[in-house]
Write a protein of this length. Structure first.
Length: 218
């Protein structure tokens, strides 16, 4: 990700600072702008009152509930708030919590899983020991997800059956078209023969054995 400066934002803030002087509230405006942004899960701080290790003010480390999105910003430019950026420049992954630039996805993953980043979010590196009830609830949740997935699969028509149905329908349509062409050819042949018999002289037709066509018996 290549970082660039939002010049319009910077100029606006400079004008406001010059006009308001000592009454200019930089910190409050930054908080409002951050509140408008969607906070990624890896940037969310620990909730107040979260349980943590004994004798520690930090919360137990938690597993992520969402998949990390590392591909959507590849090749894109991200505007960085000039008040939150440090002197580092270049392309990479930007950590809003620690205000640092990571050069690649591997470094980014190592950073957000590391002690420094977790400490800034208010987490310790220790995981809460699971109780028997917690394990049972987790197993029940997994069972419900598996059962729901099985029901969805049962209600959904298998791909092979859907393919067979389309194939059979195409075969039936081709056979029907083939029969229609054959019937049309037979009908055209009969019409041509009838027209030819009508154009033949009755005497000649009688000599040829077609006495039953085109006239009355004498």
């Amino acid at each position: 990700i290549r970082r660039t400066w939002d010049k319009d934002y910077y100029e606006k803030r400079a004008r406001e600072r010059a006009e308001q002087g000592d009454n200019f509230e930089e910190e409050d405006n930054d908080k409002k702008s951050k509140a408008r942004r969607t906070i990624k899960e890896e940037f969310k701080a620990a909730e107040d009152g979260s349980i943590g290790p004994m004798g520690s003010d930090r919360a137990f480390l938690k597993s992520r509930q969402q998949k990390l999105d590392l591909d959507t910003k590849v090749g894109k430019v991200e505007i960085i708030n000039p008040t939150s950026a440090d002197s580092s420049r270049g392309a990479g992954y930007w950590c809003e919590v620690c205000s640092c630039l990571l050069k690649d996805s591997v470094s980014y993953l190592d950073h957000i899983n590391g002690r420094k980043h977790q400490k800034a979010l208010g987490y310790s590196m220790r995981v809460e020991r699971a109780s028997v009830d917690t394990v049972k609830e987790r197993l029940e949740e997994i069972k419900r997800k598996i059962a729901k997935k099985a029901d969805d699969s049962a209600n959904r028509k298998p791909a092979i059956d859907e393919y067979d149905s389309r194939l059979n329908l195409e075969i039936v349509e081709k056979e029907a078209l083939k029969r229609k062409k054959k019937e049309d050819a037979i009908n055209r042949k009969k019409e041509e023969e009838a027209r030819e018999l009508e154009s033949i002289d009755p005497c000649i037709a009688e000599m040829m054995g077609f006495g039953g066509f085109g006239g009355s018996k004498k």
